[in-house]
Ligand binder design. Structure first.
Ligand SMILES: C[S@@+](CC[C@H](N)C(=O)[O-])C[C@H]1O[C@@H](n2cnc3c(N)ncnc32)[C@H](O)[C@@H]1O
Length: 259
């Protein structure tokens, strides 16, 4: 079988099929948080680590002004091409979310599905929170959705899911190769099995995520004085349901507001 080399982020078409097929709950939640928690009207949005822009394009179609940044130029091209194709400005640019500056402030930012955990150290994570604080106007929001490392019970070790569009189907499997909570690193394996009518090929990749217990995350946010936690939800994305973080909690959405 043919194996494609490189990171799965280098293949935006397949990434977007897998992660972009089910955005509705995230979009409704984003809109709900802007209404509920922001102390300003939210019109301009920025997504650090925007990837293919699966959310940005849909938010642009809801008449938000959108922009984003990502390290991966393939993802940024894909994102801009689709924004432009639908008549919106090419708002994505290549950059590092630990070190960037926007020309103009925006009203809200969001960083979902663990992208924040790609930052490998507290110094990078803090620098990111500072860059975000400089990018967002007072009373605006930053939504941070991620998996915490539970301190009680067994964490989820594997996930598998499938997506299909027309003749293209992708089966995805993700598993933890090694979790070292002392070194604060989770090494993850991920495979995409891609099927077209005439081909079956595979992308094999690994990724590293920094681990955070709830306490480590709270301490980090406390060191970023421009942000206050104004809400905590989970990946059910229910705007009416806040959660209490306990030792078994894994998925969390922090709603941060700029002071
Ligand atoms: C899991 S994807 C999420 C993409 C998008 N936020 C979404 O919800 O579909 C993670 C993205 O983070 C990007 N990334 C990783 N480290 C980064 C960094 N330091 N700065 C900017 N982007 C980064 C990767 O290139 C990838 O596109």
């Amino acid at each position: 079988m043919e194996i494609l080399t490189g990171s799965l982020y280098d293949y935006p078409k397949y990434y977007d099929l897998v992660f972009g097929s089910d955005c509705q709950s995230e979009l409704e939640f984003l809109n709900g948080t802007f209404e509920k928690y922001a102390k300003r009207k939210v019109k301009k949005l920025f997504e650090p680590a925007c990837g293919t822009g699966r959310l940005l394009i849909r938010l642009a179609q809801q008449e938000f002004q959108v922009s984003g940044l990502d390290l991966n130029p393939h993802a940024v091209d894909f994102c801009n091409q689709r924004l432009v194709k639908r008549g919106f400005p090419a708002g994505a640019f290549v950059g590092d979310m630990a070190d960037f500056q926007l020309k103009k402030r925006v009203d809200a930012g969001f960083n979902l599905i663990n992208s924040f955990r790609h930052l490998a150290s507290d110094a990078q994570a803090l620098s990111h929170l500072e860059c975000m604080a400089a990018s967002i106007s007072k009373g605006g929001l930053y939504l941070l959705a991620m998996h915490l490392s539970p301190t009680k019970g067994d964490p989820i070790e594997t996930e598998s899911w499938s997506a299909r569009r027309g003749n293209l189907a992708v089966n995805t499997h993700m598993w933890i190769i090694n979790r070292d909570t002392k070194k604060r690193n989770e090494h993850i394996g991920i495979t995409f099995d891609i099927y077209t009518p005439l081909r079956h090929f595979k992308i094999n990749d690994t990724m590293d995520y920094r681990t955070y217990t709830a306490k480590q995350m709270e301490k980090l946010i406390a060191r970023a004085p421009n942000w206050e936690i104004v809400g905590v939800h989970d990946f059910t994305y229910d705007i009416d349901e806040q959660i209490d973080i306990g030792p078994e909690t894994e998925d969390v959405v922090y709603v941060l507001r700029k002071r």
